[in-house]
Design a protein around this ligand. Structure first.
Ligand code: PXP
Length: 333
C-alpha cells in the first residue's frame, strides 16, 4: 500500500479540486508523452516522473487518477481507446439515485392548453443533467400528465420510468400496456391538490396483493407509497411489493425542531426496516433545497423522488437567462 492509499484508507478526503488537478495532470502527462511520440519516449517519461516522486509516493499519475476516481465514485476512461487522444470523461455516480417528477411541467403546459412546455423534453433535460429516473403521475382526472406523455416518455426515457398511479382498473390497463420500469401505487383522491398520505397497506392488503400479482404477471415491479410506519412496511412486504416509497410529507411540513427530528427518526427506522425485509427503499414528497440533506444521508434509501422543488427552482434559475435572451432577440431585430 502506498502513501496515498494509506491516507485514504484512514479517512483522508482529498478536496474535489485535487481530483480535478490530478485528472489534468494525467491528461497533461499523456499529452506530453504523445507529443514526444513512441513507446520508448513514453516509458522514459514515466520513469523520470516516478523518480521525481520517489520519496513521497511510488504512485504513477494514472494510478492516482484511478484511486481518486474510485474514492469519489467517478468513472474515468480515456477516449484514446477510440483513437481520440487526451480526452478524459468523468461522470459522478451517486449511491442514492435522484428521480425527477415532471408532473409540474405538464401542469404549466396545461395552463395554456397548448404543447409547451413539454414534460417529455423536461425528462430528457433532467436525464442529461444526471437524473437517474423520471417519475410521472397519470391521474384519473389527467390534470397534468396525459396518456400521450406516458407513451412518449416510455419511448425516450433512458434511465428508469416510474409511473405513479392510483390502483384503478383503467390506469392499471394503461400501465400494463406501457410497461414502465416500475409503478408506484399511491392513494388518489379527486379533490386533493397533491398525494396527501401513504397507502393504507395494512387495511387493503388483500386488494393490493391482487394488483401486485397482476403487475408481476407482466414483469412490472411495484413500489407502494407508504407513511414511514412499521405496520405499513411489513404489510407491503407481505403483499408482495418490491419497493416502498416513504412519504416524507410530514417531515417536510414539520416546523418545530422537535417534530422535524421525530419525523426523521421515523423515516430512518422505516428505511432500515424496509431494507432488512429486502425491499427497495425510495422516499419523496415535499423535499426541497433546505430539507433534503438529512434524508439524503440515510444510507438505506436507494432513491429520492423530487418534483415541485426542482421545477420551481428551474423557473428562477432560468428566468434571468430567459429575459436576457428575449432582450437580445429584440435588440437584434
Ligand atoms: N412521491 C410521490 C408518491 C408523489 O405523489 C409526489 C408528488 O407528485 C412526489 C414523490 C414528489 O413530491 P414533490 O413534488 O413535492 O417533490
Amino acid at each position: 500500500m502506498n502513501v496515498l492509499e494509506e491516507a485514504i484508507d484512514h479517512g483522508f478526503e482529498p478536496p474535489a479540486e485535487a481530483v480535478v488537478v490530478v485528472l489534468c495532470a494525467h491528461i497533461g502527462m499523456t499529452r506530453l508523452s504523445e507529443q514526444r511520440g513512441g513507446k520508448q519516449e513514453r516509458d522514459k517519461e514515466n520513469k523520470r516522473r516516478q523518480g521525481s516522486h520517489k520519496n513521497r509516493s511510488n504512485l504513477k499519475f494514472p494510478e492516482i487518477t484511478l484511486l481518486l476516481c474510485k474514492k469519489f465514485h467517478l468513472v474515468s476512461f480515456s477516449f484514446r481507446l477510440f483513437k481520440r487522444p487526451n480526452f478524459v470523461y468523468c461522470r459522478p455516480i451517486l449511491a442514492m439515485r435522484l428521480a425527477i417528477n415532471i408532473d409540474h411541467v405538464a401542469t404549466l403546459r396545461n395552463a395554456r392548453g397548448g404543447e409547451e412546455p413539454d414534460p417529455v423534453t423536461a425528462a430528457q433535460v433532467a436525464e442529461l443533467a444526471g437524473a437517474e429516473g423520471i417519475v410521472c403521475h397519470l391521474r384519473e382526472d389527467r390534470r397534468h400528465i396525459k396518456d400521450r406523455d406516458v407513451k412518449l416518455l416510455r419511448e425516450v426515457v433512458k434511465t428508469r420510468l416510474d409511473l405513479e398511479m392510483g390502483a384503478t382498473e383503467e390506469i392499471i390497463k394503461i400501465a400494463i400496456d406501457v410497461v414502465p420500469d416500475f409503478v408506484t401505487l399511491v392513494p388518489e383522491r379527486r379533490q386533493e391538490l397533491t398525494t396527501e398520505g401513504g397507502l393504507d397497506v395494512a387495511g387493503q392488503k388483500r386488494f393490493l396483493e391482487g394488483v401486485i400479482r397482476e403487475f408481476h404477471n407482466h414483469k412490472i415491479p411495484v413500489s407502494l407509497f407508504v407513511d414511514p410506519s412499521p405496520a405499513h412496511i411489513e404489510a407491503a412486504k407481505e403483499a408482495g411489493a418490491d419497493m416502498v416509497e416513504l412519504h416524507t410529507g410530514e417531515y417536510a411540513n414539520a416546523r418545530r425542531e422537535r417534530d422535524i427530528q421525530e419525523c426523521l427518526v421515523a423515516i430512518k427506522q422505516a428505511a432500515a426496516l424496509g431494507k432488512s425485509l429486502g425491499l427497495g427503499v425510495h422516499a419523496g414528497h415535499g423535499l426541497n433545497y433546505v430539507n433534503t440533506r438529512p434524508v439524503a444521508s440515510i444510507a438505506e434509501i436507494d432513491e429520492l423522488s423530487i418534483g415541485h422543488a426542482v421545477i420551481t427552482r428551474a423557473v428562477f434559475a432560468g428566468l434571468d437567462r430567459a429575459v436576457r435572451e428575449m432582450l437580445s432577440l429584440i435588440k437584434d431585430s
